[in-house]
Design a protein around this ligand. Sequence first.
Ligand code: SMG
Ligand code: MG
Length: 368
Amino acid sequence: MRIETVELVRVAMPLVVPFRTSFGVQRSRDVLLLHVTGEDEGWGECTTPDAPIYSSEYTEGAAAVLRDHLVPRLFAAGDVAATEVGSALAPVRGHRMAKAALELAILDAELRAAGRGLAASFGAVRDRVPAGVSVGIPEGGVPELLEVVAGHLDEGYLRVKLKIEPGFDLEPVAAVRERFGESVALSVDANTAYRLDDAPTLVQLDAFELAYVEQPFPADHLMDHARLADVLATPICLDESLSSPTATADAVTAGACEVANLKIGRLGGFLPAVATHDICVERGVPAWVGGMLETGIGRAANVALAALAGVTLPGDTSASARYWRVDLTEPFALVDGHLEVPAGPGVGVAPLEDVLAEVETGREVLRA
Ligand code: SMG
Ligand code: MG
């Protein structure tokens, strides 16, 4: 498809509740959306946070690299299919979330022009996906955590992931298990907050029958994850470390990754995320789809990915109401613990005009 314009659209979205992880607290998102026009139009969402705290990427950096490097390369490439976006942008190193947003917008436009849906185009095997919820570290400690988890279980979430950090780990996990019992699917996510020295603490998590422990060590501490896997019965899930399909295959080979968190932005696009999914299937690694507090645009793509056969665990693809008072698109609702996979053309959703008008804070138009 020949792209005529790429718009960098900025949107202010306050979260309904602050989200605290081991690396900081997030109260709102300054979302960068990409809107491409050509034969058809398409939308993509950049999953960068405001600050480079989850990885080196952040929203202002993504906007700069899109404006100065990625979009000019795309325009120079002329007619590009979504499957060619990756190679057109490959000379620019890194910036995977920015690349993913651009690829997603083009994929959306291309599929809309063809009248085809994203999930179906990539071989989706289900029309609804089981939803989990990621619970931040609450200011009110364990008592507040128990209330929040109780609320989410009442809503019907099928898996609860607790954020942990040194000093907030064994006690909250034990309290949640004790209060809600063995049957609740439970996991923890450390967002890189531990070091191999902490293994004696981490092995005590084995008492709680967790589905997995997510990313205990920094992204590049691959062999330490493998060393931990030798002493931890609970499977290790990697998130931050899995920056590409190749990195994922290598992490599996190293014995560092027993469960995989698939994220479209972190992996550099929907197509690399599908390739990573395929590796997980080949290698027998259970996979699930993570989240970056997306609006409905990014969520639609996450849910389409979660509809693939190799995604065998509930993900962080929660309903719109867990994040936003008003979502940017038709909201995703939790029905029997599941989200419906959008079936319309492209990603199947688009920003609602009136909502966008209300929350848009800026728009930069780039022309071919
Ligand atoms: O989208 O519900 C969501 C958030 C899920 O916990 C979540 N994401 O490490 O998996 C993760 C974190 C990263 C959030 S950084 C903004
Ligand atoms: Mg994570």
